[in-house]
Design a protein around this ligand. Structure first.
Ligand code: PEP
Length: 258
């Protein structure tokens, strides 16, 4: 795991609710044909069912980080359908995705539960990958900055400054995500990336990484990475096939800092 101060380029994907065990095996086998470039921190968030399987299929010296797409803040207990941070870690997670817009929209995730999960993740030695981002109705009325600032501030509210340094934030405007997403431009995201950086710097001095996500693909990845305060990309559909993920890693490699 790189130190919070090193500015490696993070390129990763969440598989969301995709891939059987056989499909996960196939992804890993194809990915292993391509050495992850120096300077790039690649990561994959399989579905819970495939997490341990992917971990076990990777060689012990693999630089690919794994994570879970969600985990509960409680240590254990009667939370049907959930997994705990400890269980995610046991299955191979280093990262815990928290607060993706689909979980906020469909599964009742709130700023408060995001904060509880971020604290629980850190308490278990895991890295919270916290997703924030405004819907189009908020952007249309000029409310993006306030909306995202509140999301980030509440997400970090249960953490001490030294813990905030361990957090990764992914700015994912909901209007830019998924099949019906509209790819964002550098001009649209730059002020928000700066704001997130500002909130974190005020809270603790520096963060591990701030990523951008939303309809990233091989056509727009390099340009999006020119956005100041952007330490990498969080990718959905374009990286679900290993060939797509590899293409993104290849094109981002020359842009990585040392
Ligand atoms: C996402 O849902 O977090 C995401 C980035 O998806 P996509 O790249 O498919 O828009």
């Amino acid at each position: 795991m790189p130190s919070p101060k090193s500015r490696r380029l993070w390129i990763g994907t969440s598989w969301k609710m995709n891939k059987t065990l056989a499909e996960a095996d196939s992804f890993v086998d194809k990915l292993l044909t391509f050495p992850i470039p120096r300077g790039v921190q690649a990561f994959v968030l399989p579905a819970h069912t495939a997490l341990a399987r992917v971990r076990d299929r990777l060689p012990p010296d693999s630089h690919l980080l794994l994570g879970a797409q969600n985990a509960h803040w409680a240590g254990e207990g009667s939370w049907t359908g959930e997994i705990s941070m400890r269980m995610a870690k046991d299955a191979g997670a280093t990262l815990i995705e928290i607060g993706h817009s689909e979980r906020r929209e469909h599964f009742g995730e709130t700023d408060r539960t995001v904060a509880l999960k971020a604290a629980a993740a850190v308490a278990h030695g895991l890295v919270p990958l916290i997703c924030v981002g405004e819907p189009s109705v908020v952007r249309d009325v000029g409310g993006t900055d306030d909306f995202v600032r509140v999301q980030v501030e509440i997400a970090l509210s249960e953490l001490a400054p030294a813990e905030i340094e361990q957090v990764i934030i992914a700015y994912e405007p909901t209007w830019a995500i998924g099949d019906r997403g509209i790819p964002a431009t550098v001009d649209q995201i730059a002020p928000v990336m700066a704001l997130i950086n500002d909130v974190i710097t005020t809270a603790c001095g520096s963060s591990r990484a701030v990523l951008y996500g939303g309809s990233v693909d091989t056509k727009n990845a390099a340009e999006l990475l020119t956005t100041p305060n952007t330490d990498g990309l969080f990718v959905g559909r374009a990286a679900w096939e290993p060939s797509g993920f590899i293409e993104l890693l290849k094109l981002c490699a020359p842009l990585a800092g040392t």
